[in-house]
Design a protein around this ligand. Structure first.
Ligand code: ANZ
Ligand code: ZN
Ligand code: ZN
Length: 837
């Protein structure tokens, strides 16, 4: 093919790769292994977004580089395919989610393949495949048997529009993440996973991970460990003890009231007859709000006095007990001692309701205008006076312990995980409810428990899933007593399948086990995990939780699943609006001199950088780019846009530039004059420096600067009248991970039948890395045969080696044997040779 029809070259090379089964990973790695994992996509109906291939291209470059460095690479792809969009589409159209999902998967696979990503497709997984979710269900059974899965009727976030329960993380600002509707609170029977049992382990495990600092911090905050104390207060005139959790036991002398959460069981017991109605009304109001709304700092404080008083154990003072929704039942003990002088929310509350504010930490500003939350000397605090916050905390905990009024206490923000959805398109939960035996897990031999066919996909709206209507499926027999039983009709949340998929890739066809332990030991853990940061916090936490459980079960051999993690930045796009504020798509626009004009009217449009979205008419379809420029330009541009982790706008001018570069490379390759001679010293140095730079950049995710250095090297060597074969090959190899189609095409045209992926990654010649190198003449029997360049610091052996490595010297020595080599540092190498006998 002597033209530069890149899309045609893509197809040709992809077919060759597929025929050669080039990307298959061995069943068992034999030497060095490298497991590179991409966050698998939800195969949406919209097809691939240009944001997906950003991460996928990075992982592809990294794995091609690792393969060329001799690693056994595992680089798989699959589909996180359960989820609401397919189900909502089914509700709207009656098309079974399986049909939509399959269609979308096929489209995603086609798109991903057309980018030339080196995946081992024989390992593809699909979370909706019964052969896959059999093991998701198997893990659920293990969690159940370990007491880590339990049923509970809990107030959950309920979206009246989606008619489903939502996890806290699916609620943003009190609204449904999926549809934007205000959420309500509703008590529903749920399956809950006891992730809180692993809170400390999940926190400690973060220490050994090579993850972005911001992601580590988010995980830490989500787990939210805090050290403090439980303090027991007597309720005046009652036997009941009100225990609070505080991180500031040092401020106990400043407690002027107590607050119990509206759901606190003690309320019924202590509320006085006079306050009963007011408290009941308040409880009803609070039940409608989400924890998130209630916890908001700047929210107008509300509350009701219970009529009861508690006794401060440290000074015997009687203080009023209130109920307010800013105290959450799910944290600590669901009750607090309020110290308005030193807590912002308590301060706002005390001001509003005219409650005493007692300063116990001295500060310059005082507490006239606002709470003081900093460090200082204790005042008004009996035996603590004169101490600072840290010592007072310890002293107060000691006092409380000695007087049986409290103890040191560690608390976590992490909540147990609501692991149930009232939906059809999810993994069935493999348990039955038996009248006699209660909840009975299915025997493992009955897995997978398949989703039954249904007529209607609408949630019942009563809180039950559409599965509840399939009576012949629901009614079953109890595996334990054989009596009548009903199947669980809740399904698992979408997080489930993605909690362990990286394990299945290692051994995807194993019918006996989730993963063969020997294979897991050889391939695990994931060496590098790449994906977006947006939704990663919970996915990562949940996957780490399951992994720990599997570790405790002996299913996996290491504690953490993902050693290294990198996030790609968000790809934004330019959007263009006219005077009226209407958006216009790129094909309605003429671009001239860096400006944009509406083709129809000539009106100049103002550009903005925004998230890609249909409504802004700025969505870039990868298919269009691939058809116009080919896969290599697409890949290279994705990497060249800017720092990998930064968010950056897609820019058509940028892809033009990369495309031009690749065309020049291709044209040059057709006419270049290759020789066996060394290139000029300057080019040799540049080449060797580029080898080091590109290798280092790939290892450190600086793909954009790697591309620049390749361009710089090309500009240099493409101007030479002739180029050494070695340099030519080094250039192709370095470029290969970025532009695999074109480079393999050139490689083939230059007479190679193998693939660049099978060649060794170049190693820089240390002698050519510094500018301060010297040129030495190499004489053979008194006649100069070549000049070599070596570092000024090169040792005698290195100089000898460099001299003997010269092609010209080797040619001159044919038929001779070396008698002696004399190195005159800084000047020359003299070889004495005699004809071979
Ligand atoms: C007294 C106090 C004085 C507090 C002070 C703070 C400052 P972190 O650090 O997030 O763990 N608290 C305890 N349980 C609560 C609940 N269920 N709902 C709302 N707030 C609750 O927060 C711990 C602090 O948050 C605790 O320490 C308690 O207020 C409050 F100058 O106790 B503190
Ligand atoms: Zn909703
Ligand atoms: Zn039974």
């Amino acid at each position: 093919m002597s033209n530069d029809n890149f899309p045609q070259i893509d197809k040709k090379q992809q077919d060759r790769w597929e025929k050669a089964n080039l990307f298959a990973s061995p069943k068992m790695p034999s030497g060095k292994k490298f497991y590179c994992l991409d966050m698998f996509p939800y195969p949406s109906g919209a097809g691939l977004h240009v944001g997906h291939p950003e991460g996928y291209t990075a992982s592809d470059i990294l794995t091609r580089y690792k393969r060329m460095n001799g690693y056994d690479v595992l680089h798989p792809m699959g589909w996180d395919a359960f989820g609401l969009p397919a189900e909502n589409y089914a509700i709207a159209t009656g098309v079974h989610p399986r049909v939509t999902t399959q269609k979308n998967i096929d489209n995603f696979r086609r798109q991903i393949k057309s980018i030339g990503l080196a995946y081992d497709w024989s390992r593809e997984v699909d979370t909706t495949d019964p052969n896959y979710y059999k093991w998701t269900q198997w893990i659920f059974l293990q969690l159940f048997k370990k007491g880590l899965a339990y049923e509970s009727t809990v107030p959950i976030n309920w979206c009246p529009s989606c008619k489903t329960g939502l996890a806290n993380e699916e609620v943003f600002n009190g609204k449904c993440e999926r549809c934007g509707h205000e959420i309500e609170r509703r008590a529903l029977r749920q399956w809950i996973l006891k992730i809180t049992d692993y809170a400390e382990q999940l926190l400690e495990g973060l220490d050994d991970l090579d993850w972005p600092e911001s992601t580590l911090t988010m995980q830490k905050n989500w787990i939210g460990k805090s050290n403090g104390a439980n303090v027991h207060f007597k309720v005046d005139g009652h036997d009941d003890i009100l225990t609070v959790y505080t991180t500031r036991p040092d401020t106990l002398f400043g407690a002027t009231y107590m607050v119990v959460s509206p759901e606190h069981p003690i309320l019924e017991k202590i509320v006085t007859p006079a306050q009963k109605d007011a408290v009941a009304a308040y409880q009803k109001e609070a039940a409608k709000k989400s924890d998130l709304e209630r916890g908001e700092l700047n929210k107008e404080k509300t509350g009701v006095f219970t009529g009861a008083y508690a006794i401060n154990p440290v000074n015997g003072k009687k203080i009023p007990v209130w109920t307010s929704d800013y105290v959450l039942m799910g944290y600590g003990t669901g009750a607090i001692m309020a110290v308005p002088a030193h807590d912002e929310r308590d301060y706002a509350f005390a001001k509003k309701f005219g409650i005493d504010i007692i300063e116990v930490i001295k500060s310059e500003q005082g507490v006239e205008k606002e709470a003081f939350t900093g460090d200082g000397e204790l005042v008004n605090s009996g035996f603590l006076n004169g101490l600072h916050v840290k010592e007072s905390k310890a002293a107060m905990i000691k006092w409380l312990t000695e007087h049986n009024c409290g103890n040191a206490k560690t608390t976590y923000k992490l909540r147990d995980w609501v692991f149930a959805r009232q939906r059809y398109w999810g993994e069935p939960i493999p348990v039955v409810h038996c009248e006699k035996c209660g909840v009975v897990p299915l025997p493992e031999s009955e897995l997978p428990l398949r989703l039954p066919e249904v007529e209607k996909f609408e949630p019942s709206g009563t809180g039950e899933s559409p599965l509840a209507t399939v009576t012949e499926w629901v009614n079953t027999t109890c595996p334990h007593c054989g009596g009548p039983a009903k199947r669980e009709t809740n399904t698992m949340p979408q997080w489930a399948g993605s909690c362990w998929y990286y394990l299945r890739y290692m051994d995807p066809h194993n019918a006996e086990k989730l993963v063969d332990p020997a294979v897991e030991k050889a391939y695990g853990p994931v060496d590098c995990y790449i994906g977006g940061a947006e939704h990663a916090v919970l996915h990562l936490l949940y996957a780490r939780f399951w992994h720990r459980v599997l570790y405790d079960l002996g299913v996996v051999s290491c504690k953490e699943p993902f050693k290294k993690l990198r996030h790609q930045g968000m790809i934004l796009a330019f959007s263009y609006r006219d005077k009226m504020g209407n958006y216009h798509s790129y094909d309605e626009i003429d671009f001239k001199d860096g400006k944009a004009f509406l083709a129809a009217t000539g009106e100049e449009l103002s550009p903005m950088v925004e998230k890609m979205s249909k409504s802004k008419k700025n969505v870039v379809n990868p298919d269009d780019i691939l058809n116009q420029y080919g896969a290599d330009a697409f890949r290279m541009y994705e990497m060249f846009m800017g720092p990998f982790e930064a968010s950056k706008p897609w820019d058509m001018k940028g892809i033009e530039g990369v495309s031009r570069f690749l065309k020049r490379v291709y044209g040059w390759s057709e006419t270049v004059k290759l020789t066996d001679e060394q290139d000029p010293k300057k080019s040799e140095i540049l080449k060797n420096k580029t080898i080091e730079k590109v290798s280092d950049d790939i290892e450190n995710f600086r793909f954009n600067t790697a591309v620049s250095s390749l361009m710089v090297l090309f500009n240099d060597i493409s101007k030479l009248p002739q180029v050494s074969r070695a340099t030519f090959e080094v250039f192709l190899k370095l470029l290969h991970p970025f532009a695999p189609h074109i480079t393999d095409e050139i490689w083939q045209q230059h007479g190679h039948n193998d693939f660049l992926l099978q060649t060794a990654w170049p190693v820089a010649d240390k002698n050519f890395l510094q500018e301060d190198s010297v040129e030495l003449g190499v004489q053979i029997n008194g006649k100069v045969r070549d000049r070599i360049s070596v570092a000024t610091t090169a040792t005698r052996e290195e100089i000898e080696k460099a001299a003997l490595a010269s092609a010209k010297v080797q040619r001159s020595l044919e038929g001779f044997e070396i008698k002696k080599i004399i190195v005159v540092p800084g000047r020359m190498v003299s070889i004495v040779a005699a004809p071979k006998k």
